[in-house]
Design a protein around this ligand. Structure first.
Ligand SMILES: CC(C)(COP(=O)(O)OP(=O)(O)OC[C@H]1O[C@@H](n2cnc3c(N)ncnc32)[C@H](O)[C@@H]1OP(=O)(O)O)[C@@H](O)C(=O)NCCC(=O)NCCS
Length: 181
């Protein structure tokens, strides 16, 4: 069977709110839903993926969101980047963060995550963010491999709340490459 055609990542706007609420919820449930009690999962979704939270994200000039749509209009994936808000001791004033990166199951392992990640990192650097950080679940080995290939190294960890549950997350950092010339 032919793989469905994929469009390039495009910047999302406030008009994409309802699309992203649904995609955000579905991606999180698909990837991590099995890890939590239903009430913890519901509490997380009710704060992190609502119409209001996505409107705030999309309207915030300091944040950028990209979506990748399949030819049929379904969301294949999305990414969000902006100033770093991870709990990093001595966080640098211009630190940036890849805050979310999700591909739906049927669209993984085709280079789309790499393309979305590189789009977000390029935007962060162009916006003057340095260094760059990513928080990743300690057992999300596939994502960790992707980030390692892009120069991110583990510098810390913290507990990420999902309802009453706490996930161990690694904090990854990429220092800007200083040219000697
Ligand atoms: C982690 C994630 C973003 C990676 O996205 P992706 O589109 O699968 O990434 P890529 O296709 O660019 O690379 C993933 C792997 O597929 C391989 N790959 C890429 N194109 C391929 C192709 N055409 N055929 C076979 N393999 C391919 C890559 O070499 C890479 O290999 P690795 O597993 O050894 O690292 C994606 O899997 C995802 O969204 N997962 C669920 C949510 C998640 O974990 N998000 C991260 C939260 S921090």
């Amino acid at each position: 069977m032919d793989e469905p055609a994929i469009l390039e990542p495009r910047r999302a706007t406030t008009a994409d709110g309802s699309l992203l609420v649904q995609a955000g919820r579905e991606c999180f449930i698909e990837t991590f839903g099995h890890l939590y009690r239903p009430e913890d999962l519901a509490a997380f979704l009710a704060s992190a993926h609502t119409a209001e939270s996505w409107q705030q994200t999309l309207a915030d000039p300091e944040l950028a969101t990209w979506v990748v749509l399949a030819a049929d209009g379904a969301v294949a994936g999305y990414a969000v980047a902006g100033p770093c808000k991870l709990p990093v001791a001595g966080r640098e004033p211009r630190a940036g963060e890849l805050r979310q990166l999700y591909l739906r199951g049927g669209y993984q392992r085709r280079g789309l995550g790499t393309r979305l990640l590189e789009t977000a990192l390029t935007w962060l650097e162009a916006a003057g963010h340095e260094p760059l950080y990513i928080g990743v679940w300690s057992e999300n080995f596939g994502a960790q491999r992707l980030y390692a290939r892009h120069g991110f190294r583990r510098v810390g960890e913290y507990l990420f709340p999902v309802g009453e549950h706490r996930d161990l997350e690694f904090i990854l950092k990429r220092q800007a490459i200083i040219s000697s010339t």
